[in-house]
Design a protein around this ligand. Structure first.
Ligand code: 1HE
Length: 262
């Protein structure tokens, strides 16, 4: 199944229609995010088909995403600027706090709002062509798509401030080393790796994936004692699901895969 918004496409793939592939399809503008595209992202992630268990997001052309569409920035007053930023928050929250994990396949420019979008995803795969930057600093603006909250969680506030103060650009290998991406793959193979990971994720119990998306980040922000209590609640709920019982039984019966280092 394929749905096309104007500048975004949604394809449902996999034997059980379990993988959503979301493609930014605005290569002539390096997939810059105008308002229509931000709203399409929101609508897409709020309305994924029930069969979907994991998603991949990537960009058409030579770049993942050039960030905010700067041609739309011109005439907003302060109130409109605030609402515009809140619209981004709603859209990227729909992705980050949605129903299924999202794997970002990154190549070429992952800059400004493109990095904000990538940092709302649950796993980032960078190929060797990827480069990461926050040019907001030199454009006289600030991040507005959740970057000030999400990027420091990946690399720390000091590194993010450096990127904005100095225009520092991280190439893929260094980006992976500092935590902007979790996987580094040869140029041209980010999508295949992301799809492979999404397929693996989709085979997990949905409740486990949901807990990883929704409990883990909240626990990270709780005081340790509250976090431990939340962990116990989530663990109790997850282990009580029939699917958990069946998966553990399958292992004990020798019918499920062992952990293997290869
Ligand atoms: C754009 C945008 C854009 C390209 N808004 N139109 N983001 C930036 O500051 C990054 C700005 N873009 C670039 O630095 C470069 O375009 C790239 C490194 C991403 C790609 O370079 P290249 O040589 O492949 O493409 P290009 O020739 O620069 O751009 C091709 C076209 O895309 C051109 O338009 P054309 O009509 O002349 O063909 C560019 O104007 C257009 N284009 N990027 C609008 N960003 C929620 S707040 C977030 C705040 C931010 O994201 S600020 C950072 C914005």
């Amino acid at each position: 199944m394929t749905q096309n918004h104007n500048q975004l496409s949604l394809q449902i793939r996999g034997d059980h229609s379990e993988i959503a592939v979301v493609t930014l399809t605005r290569p002539a503008k390096r997939n810059a995010l105008n308002d229509a595209l931000v709203i399409a992202l929101r609508d897409t992630f709020q309305n994924l088909p029930a069969s979907v268990r994991a998603a991949v997001i990537h960009g058409e052309g030579d770049h993942f995403c050039a960030g905010l569409d700067l041609s739309e920035l011109s005439e907003r007053d302060a109130g409109q600027g605030m609402m515009h930023s809140r619209m981004w928050h709603t859209a990227l929250d729909a992705l980050e706090k949605g129903q299924v994990p999202v794997v970002a396949a990154l190549h070429g420019a992952v800059v400004g709002g493109g990095l904000e979008l990538a940092s709302a995803c649950h796993i980032r795969v960078a190929d060797e062509s990827a480069f990461f930057a926050l040019p907001e600093g030199s454009r006289g603006i600030f991040v507005g798509g959740g970057g000030s909250v999400r990027v420091p969680k990946l690399i720390g506030a000091a590194r993010m401030a450096d990127m904005m103060f100095t225009g520092r650009v991280y190439k893929a290998a260094e980006a992976e080393r500092i935590g902007l991406a979790q996987y580094l793959v040869p140029a041209g193979s980010a999508f295949d790796k992301a799809f492979e990971l999404a397929t693996r994720i989709a085979s997990n119990a949905p409740l486990t994936n949901y807990a990883l998306m929704h409990a883990l980040p909240r626990i990270a922000e709780q005081p340790a004692d509250h976090g431990l209590f939340t962990e116990s609640l989530v663990a109790a709920i997850a282990q009580s699901a029939p699917e958990a019982k069946a998966r553990v039984r399958a292992f004990l019966d020798g019918k499920a895969a062992k952990v293997s280092k290869d």
